[in-house]
Design a protein around this ligand. Structure first.
Ligand SMILES: Cc1cc2nc3c(=O)[nH]c(=O)nc-3n(C[C@H](O)[C@H](O)[C@H](O)COP(=O)(O)OP(=O)(O)OC[C@H]3O[C@@H](n4cnc5c(N)ncnc54)[C@H](O)[C@@H]3O)c2cc1C
Length: 232
């Protein structure tokens, strides 16, 4: 695309980023790369977030990345994002440079549906899907939708007590150098998959594709599989 046309398209896109966000706090999981960002979005009505949402954030000139509000307070209009930053990328650099008091631009949209039927939910993914799974947990009640998540992390974190104390359903599988697909495959091999009504698979695209294939061939599986690739 010619440069002037590209600029015109981006200028049009920019107009869609109408929401201003205010960074309230930035927390880092020790030792390094998982960031929790608290955002105040005064002009977004979070009551409308009845499916798993996403925020498209402007991370640099003409660069936009999707991040998932993991938890949110409808009254205060504050949400928290979980962002992985171990790799090099515009989104990752933007995240590492954020601090309380900063402003940002974003637009909000739907990312994924809730389960169509009641019953147990199993979530399988990597660190980029942490917010997605937390949002699903917030949007479903644990009586009708018992919830379980297995998250592969490629760093040896000390997860903060503020996370572990309220999220006992999350099994964090921290294995630097390992492959997410292999670790999550081993995990599902030890599961009675026929127990679940819905399975969400989210994160690294080749992992999502591989696990979806494995699940499709799993004997006794009746669950609806919601697969969503985030990055490759
Ligand atoms: C609907 C949706 C919701 C999303 N929600 C979240 C979220 O809540 N949290 C989150 O962290 N991400 C989320 N993502 C992914 C995010 O939008 C970016 O694609 C990702 O963070 C990479 O952006 P980047 O600019 O840092 O790296 P890019 O410039 O896109 O990629 C640079 C390099 O880093 C590698 N890479 C990218 N992401 C990762 C990763 N997580 N781990 C290891 N290597 C990586 C790529 O393979 C590439 O080689 C979501 C994506 C979608 C589509």
């Amino acid at each position: 695309m010619a440069n002037s046309l590209k600029k015109a398209v981006f200028n049009l896109m920019e107009k869609a980023f109408t929401h201003k966000g205010f960074v309230l706090a930035v927390r880092k999981w020790q030792p390094e790369s998982m960031y929790e960002i608290d955002l105040h979005l005064p002009d977004i009505d979070m009551e409308k977030w009845t499916t798993i949402p996403r925020l498209k954030c402007k991370v640099s000139e003409f660069e936009y990345r999707d991040y998932t509000p993991a938890t949110w307070d409808v009254q205060k209009r504050i949400c928290t994002l979980y962002i992985e930053t171990e790799h090099q990328g515009d989104g990752s650099s933007w995240t590492k440079n954020l601090s309380a008091g900063d402003t940002m631009l974003c637009s909000a949209a739907h990312a994924a549906p809730l389960p169509a039927r009641t019953g147990k939910i199993l979530c399988l993914g990597d660190g980029s899907a942490m917010g997605h799974f937390l949002a699903l947990k917030q949007l479903t009640n644990s009586i009708n939708y018992p919830f379980e998540a297995a998250v592969f992390l490629n760093e040896l974190y000390t997860p903060p007590a503020s996370f572990t104390a309220v999220n006992p359903e999350f099994k964090l599988m921290m294995q630097p150098q390992a492959k997410s697909l292999e670790i999550l495959h081993q995990f599902v091999e030890n599961k009675m998959l026929s127990d679940y009504s819905s399975i969400y698979v989210t994160g690294y695209i080749p992992m999502v594709q591989g696990l979806r294939k494995i699940l499709r061939n799993a004997p006794g599986l009746e669950a609806k599989v919601f697969a969503q690739g985030f990055w490759s």
